[in-house]
Design a protein around this ligand. Structure first.
Ligand code: HEC
Length: 379
């Protein structure tokens, strides 16, 4: 016990009123290094002790704002720069969608960071040593007493003066609190350089193994096959052709698949006499014709071909398909209108295959018969 040193003198009280009076006196006398400990709250004491506000609030504010800034950067970088995805037609930097992320990061950094600052910087964890630890004084004030200490390092510290000052306030006991010097100069093993090097090596090894596994051994390419396809969009440059053009002209003397040569271009009457419907009015063909007619023709010509367009005047209404004229047209003549269009009606040859066009003609015939049935149809 050679290196025993006086840490402080403490006064223990059962009655908090006495303690408060003593505290007021100590503030008046201008002591700086003193403190009060109590196992129960004593209201108004922080004011009497003239305690300053803890700086922890500012720490939380700064950490929270750091979280928000980081969140903003993270969402902006990932969603607008590194991997831009259009989601529901929204802009890339779609702020309302990122609010939850910003909120979470703000709260996370503020709470966890503040706890870490408090533990490691203010309480100096992992150092858990303090001269008051394991003293009779601290045992008393943490069960049923309250107490006050003046530390020996206070500039005004005078052993006898303080003892007589304490005794004026009738404490239950006055205790000298000692500590051993090694206790405060103790350095926790966590800060040993060997241990820190060990931690760094472990960190590097685990990151390297994680990187190798995820990026080399178990590497999965990103699912970008919708963004990068083996095709060229109109006007895009080509690296395949020497002239760099992505859009090519048809090769001379060839006919592209599905683009069969139409010999009656601009000759509707010739088409009317020479083209013959190759399809029979089977149930299957009529169903096909109905489905295609309803999709491509009915918006203008109406469900039953009566010219009652559903376009609310956005396109001129066509004439009825039940007119004397169209009823007397041959199948080939109607087919020609689908291929070439007529005046303002556009061509539908791109949307419909040959078979589908003939099926529509069959269906129009069925519609015509439904309004102008012959005697034999009902027999
Ligand atoms: C965008 C609206 C629109 C669509 C869709 C449309 N048509 Fe037409 N169609 C018209 C108009 C308008 C006319 C009248 C053109 C004119 O002034 O000669 C017309 C005329 C016709 C005629 C000639 C009628 C006549 O009396 O001269 C036929 C037959 C015809 N369409 C069939 C079809 C078929 C079959 C389809 C589906 C493949 C179709 N139309 C799709 C607007 C349309």
């Amino acid at each position: 016990m050679e290196s025993r040193k006086l840490y402080a003198i403490g006064a223990l009280f059962n009655d908090p009123n006495k303690l408060v009076k003593l505290a007021k006196k100590i503030v008046e006398q201008g002591y700086k290094n003193w403190d009060v400990h109590s196992s129960f709250p004593i209201h108004g004491l922080p004011k009497i002790m003239r305690l300053k506000w803890s700086p922890l609030g500012y720490v939380a504010l700064i950490l929270g704002l750091t979280g928000t800034t980081f969140g903003l950067f993270l969402t902006w970088w990932t969603m607008s720069v590194d991997y831009p995805l259009i989601i529901g037609g929204k802009p890339w930097f779609s702020f309302p969608a990122f609010v939850p992320v910003l909120f979470e990061l703000t709260v996370l950094l503020a709470s966890v960071g503040t706890a870490i600052v408090m533990l490691f910087i203010i309480f100096k964890f992992p150092n858990n040593r303090h001269p008051l630890h394991d003293t009779d004084y601290l045992k008393k004030v943490s069960s049923d007493n309250c107490g006050l200490i003046i530390e020996a390092k206070d500039k005004k510290f005078n052993y006898d003066e303080i003892k007589s000052l304490f005794s004026q306030f009738e404490p239950d006991s006055i205790i000298d609190i000692y500590y051993q010097e090694e206790e405060t100069s103790y350095k926790p093993k966590v800060f040993d350089w060997k241990f820190i090097v060990f931690l760094i090596v472990v960190a590097i090894l685990t990151s390297a193994i994680g990187y190798l596994f995820n990026n080399v051994i178990l590497y999965l390419p990103p699912f970008d096959f919708m963004m990068n396809q083996h095709k060229l969009n109109p006007q895009e440059a080509s690296t395949f052709f020497n002239d760099g053009f992505g859009m090519r002209k048809p090769v001379p003397g060839t006919v592209a698949r599905g683009e069969a040569f139409y010999p009656f271009k601009g000759k509707p009457d010739e088409a009317g006499t020479k083209l013959i419907n190759p399809l029979l009015p089977s149930k299957e063909n009529l169903e096909l014709g109905k489905s295609k007619y309803n999709t491509f023709c009915s918006p203008c010509h109406g469900w039953r071909g009566e010219g009652d367009s559903r376009l609310n005047g956005q396109f001129p209404n066509p004439p009825s398909l039940h007119s004397e004229k169209v009823r007397n047209w041959s199948d080939g003549r109607i087919y020609h209108v689908i291929v070439e269009g007529q005046n303002i009606m556009p061509s539908y040859s791109k949307q419909l295959t040959e078979k589908e066009r003939w099926a529509i003609v069959l269906y129009i015939r069925a519609l015509q018969r439904s309004l102008n049935a012959k005697q034999e149809d009902v027999q």
